[in-house]
Structure formats: C-alpha cells, structure tokens
Design a protein around this ligand. Structure first.
Ligand code: Q46
Ligand code: ZN
Ligand code: ZN
Length: 303
C-alpha cells in the first residue's frame, strides 16, 4: 500500500477518496479537509474570537490540534457532566492537552454551576441520558460562549455524527431539525452564538487515526450511559453501507447540504422569545433547559 502523494509506505487507506496516505500526507490531507470546510462555508476568519466545545474525546482534541496547527487561536470550553469517572478522566485529559500546548481551557461544572448531573436529570425527566445530556451541552456551551464574549462556538462533530443525525431526522421526518442541520448556524441578537462544525468532512476513524498519529492522549473509554444510543446504532448501519459503497455517507450528507436542506429552511423560521427564567432564546415561556432543571430539582426535593 503506497502513499498517493509520495509513494512511500502508506499507514491508512481512505476508500471514499480512493487514496492511501503515509503519516505526513494523511495529516496534511486532514488539515486541507478542515481548511476547505472553513473556507467553503465561510465559518470564521483570523480575527474572530473562537471557543471550541471540548469533551476530552478524539474529535474535539483532534480539532483543537488541527485549528491551532493551521494558525487559529482557539480557547477550549469543557462542560463537566457529572458522569462519574468518565467525566473526571475526560476533564483531566482535556486539561493535560491544554497545559502541554499552552492553550486556555475554561471549565464549567454542571453539578456545581447548575445544580444537577446528567444521570439525575435523565432519571427525573424520563428522558434518555443522551437526550438530557445533549440538551444540557447545547444550552450551557451556547450560554457560556455568548456570555464570555466569543464570536464563534466551534464544535467537533464529524462526518459520521452528522450523517447519523441526518439519517435519524429523515427517518422521523423531523422537518424542524432538518431545517437546522447546517454546518453554520448564525448568531442571533436574542442570545444564540454563531455555531460551526469544521470536522464534517472527516470520518470518525480518521479523527481517531489523526489523534493517534499526533500522539494525542484522549478519552478512549465509551461513556457508560451510551448503551442503547440510537445515533450509535445508525452509525453502525451507515458504516455497513459505506463498506459496500465507499463514499455513500459523505454523498448522503453533502447531497443534503447542497440540494436538500434548502427545502427545509422554512421549517426553521420559528419565532424565538426570551425564557422567563434565564433569558435564553426559546419558543415557549420556559426554555427546555430550565424545565429540565426544574423537574430535576423537584425530584431531588421529593427524595
Ligand atoms: S456523554 Fe452524554 Fe455522550 Fe454520554 S450521556 Fe450520551 S451524549 S453518550 S457524546
Ligand atoms: Zn506520503
Ligand atoms: Zn431558561
């Protein structure tokens, strides 16, 4: 197996690009994919204040490494979710990553700053853990990025994450979510920070390979609450299709972004008002996060 660029010994095969790469040229290839995504979707420029949602996993740490390498100054924002050892280990790995590279990592703690941990919220609300967790991450990261004066919140969602989310939204015809599934969500006056996803051209196995080849120490343990996560199941299904037809996952996602998403843009035009409790944008009187927090607090009082 020879590198497409230098004909040296290849370390990885990327079938959807019909290419093999040596270590050096694979790393170059990933940098180019990310830079191209930032340019194509006009995500941000050198003067923007950027903050990256950091989880301690391969995607966010690889993206932090890539953006720093290609010349952006990016701070990190870690949300401690209160998921036992998994959370404390991912926090330590994120702090080590930042300290070794002289990067700034801001830490927000869901239990001490907002009064509850993800497992408690899931139990109290009868949501799945990932649903309570995803809602909390979206809310807290947006609110903290906005209140700390950042221009852009950068997220580490990769090609597999986005394709599986799209698949899920299509299966359920969630037109509102389809309207919002874009690599760039603009800022609003009402408190939404601009949100971008520069890793969407990079597959999950490629971010893992990138992290290993760059000596990045990331959280390899899976979250203990991930069992039964439907998005993970859809990822497996899409990977089976990808094995038979390399490129199908990227075609599915980019075909939607180029030709499909425009048909759902109206669904996204819902009027946002300020939450009566926290002031963050919402469609109802109380935002979903404040409702989750309230139901968790009341359950804790009952115990
Ligand atoms: S941390 Fe949270 Fe993930 Fe754990 S509870 Fe689910 S969403 S699996 S990335
Ligand atoms: Zn090479
Ligand atoms: Zn609220």
């Amino acid at each position: 197996m020879k590198c497409r660029v230098c004909r040296g010994k290849a370390v990885i095969q990327v079938r959807r690009h019909n290419a093999n790469f040596c270590q050096e040229h694979f790393i170059d290839h990933i940098h180019r994919q990310v830079e191209r995504t930032i340019d194509d979707f006009k995500m941000f420029g050198p003067d923007h204040r950027l903050v990256l949602g950091v989880s301690g996993g391969k995607d966010s740490l690889a993206l932090w490494h890539i953006l720093t390498y290609v010349g952006y100054r990016v701070d990190g924002l870690y949300l401690q979710l209160g998921i036992g050892d998994y959370s404390s280990e991912s926090l330590t790995l994120s702090q080590q990553f930042a300290a070794e590279r002289g990067l700034k990592l801001e830490v927000v703690d869901l239990p001490s700053d907002f009064g509850f941990a993800v497992p408690e919220a899931a139990a109290a609300s009868r949501r799945t853990p990932c649903s309570a967790c995803g809602l909390s991450k979206r809310y807290v990261l947006n609110r903290e990025a906005e209140s700390r004066g950042y221009d852009v919140l950068v997220m580490g969602h990769n090609l597999d994450d986005e394709a599986a989310t799209l698949f899920s939204n299509v299966l359920g015809w969630n037109v509102e979510y389809l309207g919002r599934q874009r690599p760039v969500l603009p800022a609003t006056d009402g408190g939404l920070c601009r949100k971008v996803k520069p890793l969407i051209r990079v597959a999950e196995r490629e971010t893992a390979a990138y992290a290993v080849l760059n000596g990045i120490d990331y959280e390899v343990e899976e979250c203990p609450l991930a069992a039964g996560n439907t998005i993970n199941r859809y990822k497996e299904w899409l990977n089976r299709l990808e094995e038979q037809s390399p490129g199908i996952k990227a075609n599915f996602l980019f075909g939607f972004l180029e030709r499909g998403s425009v048909h759902f843009s109206d669904a996204e035009d819902v009027e946002l008002v300020s939450c009566s409790n926290c002031g963050q944008p919402t469609t109802g009187e109380l935002c979903a996060f404040c409702r989750l927090q309230a139901v968790t607090f009341s359950r804790k009082q009952d115990l």
